[in-house]
Design a protein around this ligand. Structure first.
Ligand code: DUC
Ligand code: ZN
Ligand code: ZN
Length: 473
């Protein structure tokens, strides 16, 4: 049956207007005034905002790390995403043994039966030779139009500068966007060895051994490599320092095709959170910085030199020895307790996928820092455009997938682990007072969230083949 969403206020990346939306099958078929249809379920959206479903282009689901695994898989992570208004996620395929195609097939075999919202992949390139160079050209045939390289994690994930330069040239020629994780791997290794030798094992030393300057110089290095690689398009993931915003704006002012994302945790928290008794909850890489970094990142968000709000969602239990109840079953997955007494053994990552839109609505739109249209641009439309999903995703237009979030601007909640739906035992925003919250969410025309009711299931999400993305500056 068709669905008619009546009397809502549509918010797109550029406009706000009252209209009805007719959904037939999996797509939006019509947007207009006073629409009628003989055989429809009518949803009265009076007093609600109607947003495109969110697109989170940076998540790590079911990711093995430090003798455990990130605690959300493609089912539980998708469910949390949906409750927070997000209907498409992009995960990363590690380059383990074998060809890129074999790795992608392995990751798809894990995700396909479980996915509860739509998803796609970026490819990590952490080994590079002629065979890999050749294979990068076939990634678009598999629907993958972005890859990630690392300037940190020596002897594991890091490529040399020369290799990154080569990857960028090949990616550019193949119509693929290069994503860079910018930190200085050499300095990190030295500082970690020194910290452990001195007995500095607390979570705070996670931040102290991964300094902001290493991130700043690696961001400029990535920009310079991309410029020399024929102005290859470049996207800086998880921006966390003031200096990175400076480098991004410097590159943009010089006409480079450079874009960036930040994540909510880098706007709201600092390294001081790592000093708390439960500081391990805030351990992720790159780490939390200082209040001045929060301020400068907000500035980049407000003036849109930073184009995207992502999450780097990679949750672990705080206490993986104590089960939580998840869908009526006790679940415990080893987590942050693995690093008690040694910060280098704490699994790196945080929950955030479901938090992203509700938190940024209250703290961004509610405070007047960004407009509702900027909110939609950063959370829905820009990631869809940059990653080749637009206008199928991230848009309210006829022909787009009917991925829709109905948003109640007056709904007030005390947020935290119980509302967030991540499969973990904590939430960074515990007790925050939020105003404005998604109340109903559709994935390709199917209602998957209605208040606190969940109608999604494993396999209700689908792999999305991406096209070459756009460069937004
Ligand atoms: N950083 C994290 O904190 N976790 C997963 C991967 C990453 O880059
Ligand atoms: Zn990263
Ligand atoms: Zn990441």
């Amino acid at each position: 049956m068709a669905t008619l969403i009546k009397n809502g206020t549509l918010i797109t990346a550029s406009e706000t207007f009252k209209a009805d939306i007719l959904v037939e099958g999996e797509q939006i078929s019509l947007i207009g005034q006073d629409l009628h249809h003989p055989n429809v379920e009518v949803i009265d959206a009076t007093g609600l905002y109607v947003l495109p479903g969110g697109v989170d282009p940076h998540v790590h689901l079911d990711l093995p790390m430090f003798n455990t695994i990130s605690s959300d898989d493609h089912y539980t992570g998708g469910k949390a995403a949906a409750f927070g208004g997000t209907t498409t996620v992009i995960d990363f395929v590690p380059q383990d043994e074998g060809t890129l195609a074999e790795n992608i097939a392995r990751w798809r075999a894990k995700a396909d039966p479980k996915a509860s919202v739509d998803y796609s992949f970026h490819m990590n390139i952490t080994r590079f030779d002629q065979a890999v160079a050749k294979e990068i050209f076939s990634l678009p045939d598999l629907g993958i139009t972005s890859l990630k390289v690392f300037t940190a994690y020596n002897n594991r994930l890091r490529l040399s500068d020369g290799e990154i330069f080569r990857v960028m040239r090949v990616a550019h020629a193949a119509g693929i966007l290069t994503l860079v994780h910018a930190e200085n791997g050499d300095i990190i290794d030295i500082l970690v060895d020194e910290a452990l030798a001195a007995g500095n094992t607390d979570p705070f030393f996670h931040a102290k051994t991964r300094p902001a300057w290493g991130t700043v110089e690696a961001a400029l290095r990535a920009a310079a490599l991309a410029a020399q690689a024929g102005d290859a398009p470049l996207y800086l993931v998880h921006m966390n320092t003031a200096g990175e915003v400076d480098q991004l704006e410097y590159a943009q002012a010089h006409g480079l095709n450079m874009m960036g994302e930040t994540c909510p945790q880098y706007l709201f928290f600092t390294e001081d959170d790592l000093r708390r008794e439960d500081g391990a909850k805030w351990i992720c890489s790159p780490p939390m910085r200082k209040a001045a970094d929060n301020v400068r990142l907000w500035e980049g968000v407000e003036k849109a030199s930073i184009q995207v709000m992502a999450t780097d969602h990679c949750p672990f239990f705080y206490d993986g020895t104590t089960p939580i109840m998840y869908e009526g079953q006790p679940v415990a997955i080893p987590g942050k307790e693995l690093g008690i007494g040694d910060f280098t053994k704490i699994p790196n990552g945080l929950p955030g996928l479901g938090d992203r839109m509700p938190i940024l609505w209250t703290e961004g739109v509610g405070t007047g820092r960004i407009t509702p249209n900027q909110f939609v641009a950063m959370h829905c439309t820009n990631p869809a455009r940059i990653f080749g999903l637009y206008p199928k995703k991230g848009a309210l237009v006829p022909g787009a997938d009917a991925d829709i979030a109905l948003w109640d601007p007056n709904k007030a909640v005390t947020y935290g682990v119980n509302l967030a739906h991540h499969r973990t035992d904590y939430n960074l925003y515990e007790g925050w007072q939020l105003k404005g919250f998604p109340v109903m969410v559709f994935l390709r025309g199917q209602k998957i969230v209605d208040g606190e009711s969940w109608y999604g299931k494993p396999g209700s999400g689908r792999y999305v083949h991406r096209q070459e993305g756009e460069i937004l500056r």
